[in-house]
Design a protein. Structure first.
Length: 266
């Protein structure tokens, strides 16, 4: 997703027509933009800048590297507040059709959000994800390699999930720019340009009352001090769902869960 309001040379532009099926962004749906920004600034130290998509959107920065977005659209689109990974596709319409053909659902879209098109979807086990067609954020390669953000799918059956996403997003297709899929230690490991960009693991329970156990994409943020982030979350109206020495699962005041980790996930 393009996040800048200043002109750039065409050499700086990376689009979903050259990056196929890769995670390309993470975004939080929010009801209150100002309150959400205040919470994540307090917990993660993020700074902010406007997004080209409009007044309802903000881009979070860590050391001037874009790491995530906030979209104040939860009330407008009548959807849950949640962190969602987005995947690059050459055609949003085709990707949505593939999801529906394979038992998934389309929650929102595709919508035109210049300079691209987006849709919010769910796989056949109920895990929510997004797709994006169009220009990616400026300096997307820096975002991909900086590792401030990582995504992991907790699902019922990692192999079945890999088949679903592979068919929707053209994973394991021969050619430059496509996602490589490998099975390592019981996990599905996804690589783009040689870098690990996501992992899929089995064990989630479809009917579990706890949302941390149901199938879902979990967004991880690398931080310097996990314990301090957990304390800041509680002080600022959030909660700690689980915590070990190098990782904590947190919930913001609106109910969106995310993970902070001191480990390099890759």
């Amino acid at each position: 997703m393009n996040d800048t309001k200043t002109p750039r040379s065409t050499a700086d532009v990376v689009s979903t027509h050259s990056v196929f099926g890769a995670p390309c962004w993470v975004s939080l749906t929010s009801r209150d933009l100002e309150a959400t920004q205040a919470f994540y600034t307090a917990v993660l130290g993020w700074r902010w800048r406007p997004a080209k998509l409009g007044d309802r959107f903000r881009v979070a920065l860590v050391q001037n590297v874009p790491v995530a977005g906030i979209a104040a659209v939860a009330s407008m689109w009548q959807m849950a507040v949640a962190w969602t990974p987005y995947f690059a596709v050459p055609s949003a319409d085709e990707a949505v059709a593939r999801v529906q053909e394979r038992g998934g659902t389309a929650a929102v879209g595709p919508l035109s959000l210049p300079p691209g098109r987006a849709a919010l979807l769910a796989d056949r086990d109920g895990a929510t994800f997004g797709i994006w067609e169009g220009e990616l954020i400026s300096n997307w390669e820096t975002w991909r390699r900086a590792t401030p953000t990582f995504i992991r799918l907790h699902t019922r059956d990692a192999f079945d999930a890999a088949m679903f996403y592979g068919e929707v997003l053209d994973w394991a297709t021969e050619g430059p720019g496509y996602i490589e899929v490998q099975y390592e230690g019981g996990e599905v490991v996804l690589r783009s340009g040689g870098d690990v960009v996501a992992r899929i693991e089995s064990g989630a329970l479809g009917a579990a009352p706890d949302p941390t156990i149901r199938p879902h994409w979990q967004v991880h943020f690398a931080v310097a001090d996990v314990a301090e982030c957990a304390r800041a979350a509680e002080v600022n109206g959030g909660s700690v769902l689980s915590k070990v020495s190098d990782e904590a699962v947190l919930r913001d005041p609106d109910g969106a869960q995310f993970t902070v980790t001191s480990r390099r996930e890759r």
